[in-house]
Design a protein around this ligand. Structure first.
Ligand code: COA
Length: 201
């Protein structure tokens, strides 16, 4: 545990857990408390549609292919939300933290927890789409060992990392010249991936 996390936990105990349909109301409050820009960075769109889609995914959480993790304060209020949705090409993730609580390590804790859950659930790869100017989200991914490549239209980047138990131990021959497979860029069209698809789209 970092010194910053110890300091935060003394001032404001925060616990992380997976979320489901029973959290509908508290996540709705959280979405209402989010800032417009943060929601846009998270959803790649404005309006209520993406929030409703997020709540629908919450109701459909299965602990394996559709997972949400939330950070809560002592009063049970949601401070941050992260989720992934898995397809054949890996699990796509996204997260957001209340604006007044950014920069104190919550995003890192949440993404680590999501990664651990994904690994335990047997997911092989975690990947995400981030707006190219979103330095905090890109830096967070880099700090956690994600690889960053430009997205299809250069306004986005794609971050990805293989999860630990995904591959058998590679031999020296296997590793020679082995570059990770690039992700199909169409996967990161916000209108098409299960993480971003909105009702009716
Ligand atoms: C991206 C986001 C989730 C980061 O959460 P956070 O709680 O503020 O991040 P943390 O405090 O855990 O910081 C983790 C790392 O991110 C980087 N980081 C965070 N804020 C940063 C900033 N303003 N500038 C540069 N790097 C930053 C740092 O490298 C930091 O590492 P450090 O702890 O070693 O300094 C948060 O800014 C957010 O909710 N943004 C709006 C929604 C969004 O952009 N979602 C991403 C779409 S996937």
């Amino acid at each position: 545990m970092s010194a910053r996390q110890q300091w935060t936990d003394q001032l404001m105990p925060i616990r992380l857990r997976t979320a489901g349909a029973e959290d509908h109301e508290r996540v709705t409050y959280f979405l209402d408390a989010m800032d417009r820009e943060g929601l846009y960075q998270r959803h790649f769109a404005h309006g209520e549609g993406p929030n409703l889609a997020l709540l629908a995914r919450l109701a459909a959480a299965d602990g394996i292919d559709r997972v949400a993790v939330i950070a809560l304060n002592h009063a049970g209020e949601v401070l941050a939300h992260a989720e992934y949705v898995a397809t054949d090409d890996g699990a796509e993730y996204a997260l957001m933290v209340l604006p007044e609580l950014r920069g104190i390590g919550l995003g890192r804790r949440l993404l680590v927890a999501l990664q651990e859950h994904a690994t335990a659930a047997g997911q092989r790869r975690l990947h995400g789409m981030i707006q190219a100017g979103n330095t905090p989200a890109i830096q967070l991914a880099l700090k956690l060992g994600f690889r960053v490549v430009p997205g299809a239209d250069r306004t986005t980047v794609i971050v990805s990392r293989d999860l630990e138990p995904a591959r058998p131990v590679a031999t020296v021959e296997d590793r020679r010249g082995a570059e990770p497979d690039p992700l199909p860029l169409a996967l990161h069209d916000p209108d098409r991936t299960p993480l971003y698809r909105r009702p009716g789209s």
